[in-house]
Design a protein around this ligand. Sequence first.
Ligand code: KIV
Length: 259
Amino acid sequence: MTVPRFTAAKGQQRKLSVITAYDYLWAGLYDEAGIDAILVGDSLGMVVQGRSTTLPVTLEQMIYHGEMVARAVKNALVIVDLPFMTYQVSPAQAVENAGRVLKETGAAAVKLEGGVHQAATIRALAEADIPVMAHVGMRPQSVRKLGGMSRVQRDEAGLMADSKAAEEAGAFGIVLELIPRGLAGKITAALSIPTIGIGAGPDCDGQVLVSCDMLGLSGFQPRFLKKYADLRSTVIEATKQYIHEVGNQTFPDQSHSHE
Ligand code: KIV
């Protein structure tokens, strides 16, 4: 998958599948399964680091995780989030930091949060040949302003303006997070770049889910989430069984021992 192919999928009416990953092991599995794109999300601050928001995540941490993911991936497009305050200061700051991400991870693209207010930055990145995906609707880096991360965003005019501004500035795709289905459909119809929804209904050009949630590893259960596995129970049950067998000396047995 390349950036031009990702964007072209919209014209071919082919829905795009995107998932988050944070390390070599899991990224390799999603790639082998045939996922179109892997997002190294700054959600790693919450699902990997155990923090309550994404705000503390640093550029160095994104590069560390992005490099592991990109090394595992043979086919999928790898996109790395620019974390909080690594692009908001100025377009020059964004180009310098996004340039580091591409050089040091091997990823193909970056993602940032915002539309109208980030248009100059998106343009600067696109002009530096750094493919950039935008992210509008519920923006986790704006949690302090929004007052939380679970409220559906309904400002139709504002969200349409954000989406169009991102497209006009040169974004190759856009994440729509937690917005009503009808509005996501209207934005999707109004843009020529793919919309990738999370909590935005089925009318987007593709979908993204946080891998730990999709696999049932986290306890997170918002309305928009479908769990495709219950790995949390699988891991806990397997670990309990291991503890039990070590305790009662049924593991290891002769078949696991060397002569
Ligand atoms: O950080 C992340 O995982 C994201 C997705 C939720 C789109 O931005």
